[in-house]
Design a protein around this ligand. Sequence first.
Ligand SMILES: Nc1ncnc2c1ncn2[C@@H]1O[C@H](COP(=O)(O)OP(=O)(O)OP(=O)(O)O)[C@@H](O)[C@H]1O
Ligand SMILES: [Mg+2]
Length: 227
Amino acid sequence: MDILKIEHLTKMYGKGETAVKALDDVSFSVKKGEFVAIIGPSGSGKSTLLHLLGGVDRPTSGKVLVDNTDIYNLNETQLAIFRRRQIGLIYQFYNLIPVLTVEENITLPLLLDEHQVDKKQFYEIVKILKLENRLNHLPNQLSGGQQQRVSIGRALISNPAIMLADEPTGNLDSKNSSEIIDLLKMFNKTYKQTLLVITHDERIALQADRVIAIEDGRIARDEVIRP
Ligand SMILES: Nc1ncnc2c1ncn2[C@@H]1O[C@H](COP(=O)(O)OP(=O)(O)OP(=O)(O)O)[C@@H](O)[C@H]1O
Ligand SMILES: [Mg+2]
């Protein structure tokens, strides 16, 4: 089953002489549970693509269907709700809320949705993420690896259809990088969580089921490594 369908996606930034075509007629599909690495040179359009898949920005033209919902047919309010429930976003610099504790940061998407926290699921996630002794800490009291584990928890708590990660290990040393990738892979394999990861790290790309290379806003290669 295709959890994600991208059809003729184009994104222009700016107008006139300074206009940039960041994405140029990109189409592909992703199967539920697939782990896709997205690689490509700086400025090739990787982050633009991920933002469009996550409903963070709107395309100039083309469609994104997540679990058969045409997400850019939604109005702003519906799109915000969709993003919160169906998309887990992980960034290089964690993007945690500094005044909230670890527990509050992880459960924030549920609270914004006025959903009850499933305590059993919450403790299962924090245990896997090895954060059970840090729940009342603030982000600035954590190591980089721990902060990234909090952002993974926050991305996972609402059981999203897709996890999108933009250079999730770009700010970490190699030991913490491997731990973060192992965790993402574990949630991908064990919970069939669909995972798209932008990376400059070839060792990470080689662990994916499939590698999509972006160049100049287009798909230059799309290779299945593990069918
Ligand atoms: N908000 C914006 N306004 C104007 N141009 C933008 C904007 N965001 C990105 N661009 C341009 O779009 C192109 C693609 O940018 P994007 O951030 O998607 O690249 P990237 O592949 O993620 O690069 P990197 O590996 O450096 O993160 C670049 O030429 C960039 O300058
Ligand atoms: Mg980028």
